[in-house]
Design a protein around this ligand. Structure first.
Ligand SMILES: [Zn+2]
Length: 447
């Protein structure tokens, strides 16, 4: 008779209370407890040896682009890459799919597109755009986990930017619903063409200064104070904004911030001319800025680290021309995000507990999913990542499961290997193994 219980033993189980040598006891889809000793006759013992056992990673910032721009990426390929990268929950951004997820109807369209295709669990952010206030609460009822807005051109015409007065109309509604407003925080009155040689990265970098982020973040702190609506700054690149964020948090405002693996992995000085696969907005900045971001990741001033996987077709990256001015801005890195962040953490003396906190527990909290996701604790879903933190490997295009293999991580040597990814008790990825049938389900918030 097949036993219903599985005991996952590791010398390094990463829990919210620290790293322990213990067994994680799983029954069906759920973690039913942690135990130093188990009676192996009452279940199946899986000894992971010195491989670490982490909570499945929660990536609450990915652009899957389906329906409408499925040639850029899609649910099958994105979630397969997620599983291979140790991610067990993915939250999709309201753009660059068509329609953009800015109405209840569009949310239903996207949910229908995703159903049955996903290798990991998934949820959806909605979007705030000028004039769609009437759709916001219906979208919350229909399962939107929160909303994203842009303070600058979003890159696609279906998702117009919001002005201060647009946000002032939306924020009281979001505060009432208890969902966060996620903001692309760059603001300027003057978004022109970069001036100079378009093949040089520096030309692009100079065209999007830190002051754009600082100005946007100051406005969002004001609006957060005024409306007491949770505000979350996505993909912070400018370390110059950290002081304002620190003061907002000290004031007790419900204000959080994320950064992304590419801002922590790369430096402007090292980006070759024409290497447009490094283009994103806000831009990757200098090494000195990167180190200030890392300090904030370590201290917790930066709450979470998520991929901002934003792929497109290779043609849109203008690789042949190497034209930073006209290439699509977005980095493809979903599958490599955990190894990239871990490589940086390891080099700076941070532990796996920090990795789990920034990439699993905090993102789950932001998305309202922490009742089930984000940590190894009794009662949570058995979403687990078996991880060899000491393994190294050079990233190849062949291993990448994204729809397109263009990524700045190709050729880079990273620490940390995803050995196995477990979703609600079932293995959904095993290194060297075949692809599994999709078993991901949609997730909803419990607030
Ligand atoms: Zn994004």
């Amino acid at each position: 008779m097949k036993s219903a219980r599985t005991f996952y033993r590791s010398q390094r189980v990463v829990t919210p209370d620290g790293i322990r040598d213990t067994h994680v006891v799983v029954e069906g889809e759920t973690i039913v407890g942690l135990s130093e000793t188990v009676d192996a006759r009452s279940g199946t013992l899986v000894d992971l040896g010195d491989a670490a056992l982490l909570p499945g990673i929660v990536d609450c910032h990915a652009h899957v682009n389906e329906p409408g721009r499925t040639e850029w990426e899609g649910f099958t390929t994105a979630t397969s890459a997620a599983a291979a990268g140790g991610i067990t929950t993915l939250v999709d951004m309201p753009l660059n799919s068509i329609p953009a997820t800015t109405s209840r109807e569009a949310l239903a369209t996207k949910a229908a597109a995703a159903a049955g295709q996903c290798a990991v669990d998934y949820g959806f952010w909605g979007g705030v755009v000028p004039g769609n206030q009437g759709e916001l609460l219906p979208m919350v009822e229909a399962g939107a986990l929160g909303f994203k807005a842009f303070l600058i051109h979003s890159g696609v015409d279906e998702f117009p930017m919001s002005r201060r007065e647009d946000l002032a109309r939306a924020m009281p509604l979001l505060a009432q619903a208890g969902v966060p407003l996620l903001v692309h925080a760059e603001k300027t009155d003057h978004e022109g063409e970069p001036e100079g040689d378009p093949r040089r990265y520096e030309t692009y970098l100079r065209s999007r200064p830190q002051s754009w982020e600082v100005e946007a973040i100051r406005m969002m702190i004001d609006l957060c104070r005024e409306h007491r609506c949770r505000v979350h700054v996505v993909h912070l690149s400018a370390a110059d904004a950290l002081e304002d964020i620190r003061r907002a948090k000290e004031e007790g405002l419900p204000f959080t911030v994320e950064t992304c693996p590419h801002y922590l992995s790369f430096a402007a000085e090292e980006i070759p001319d024409g290497a447009t696969f490094f283009k994103c907005a806000p831009p990757i900045r200098e090494a000195e800025n990167r180190e200030r971001l890392w300090e904030a990741v370590e201290s917790g001033l930066i709450d979470l680290v998520v991929s901002d996987h934003s792929p497109c077709t290779p043609a849109l990256k203008k690789l042949e021309a190497g034209d930073f001015a006209h290439a699509w801005g977005g980095i493809a890195g979903l599958q490599l995000s955990v190894a990239a962040v871990w490589s940086g953490m390891r080099a700076r003396g941070m532990g796996l507990d920090v990795l789990a906190e920034r990439m699993a527990r905090r993102p789950a909290l932001l998305a309202g999913l922490s009742a089930r996701k984000g940590s190894i604790e009794k009662g949570k879903d058995a979403d687990l990542l078996v991880f060899d933190p000491d393994a190294t490997h050079a990233v190849t295009a062949e291993e990448i499961r994204h729809r397109h293999k263009v990524s700045p991580y190709v050729g880079k040597t990273l620490h940390g290997r995803v050995v196995r990814t477990i979703l609600r008790g079932e293995t959904v990825f095993e290194a060297g193994g075949a692809e599994r049938a999709p078993s991901g389900q949609r997730v909803f918030a419990r607030r």
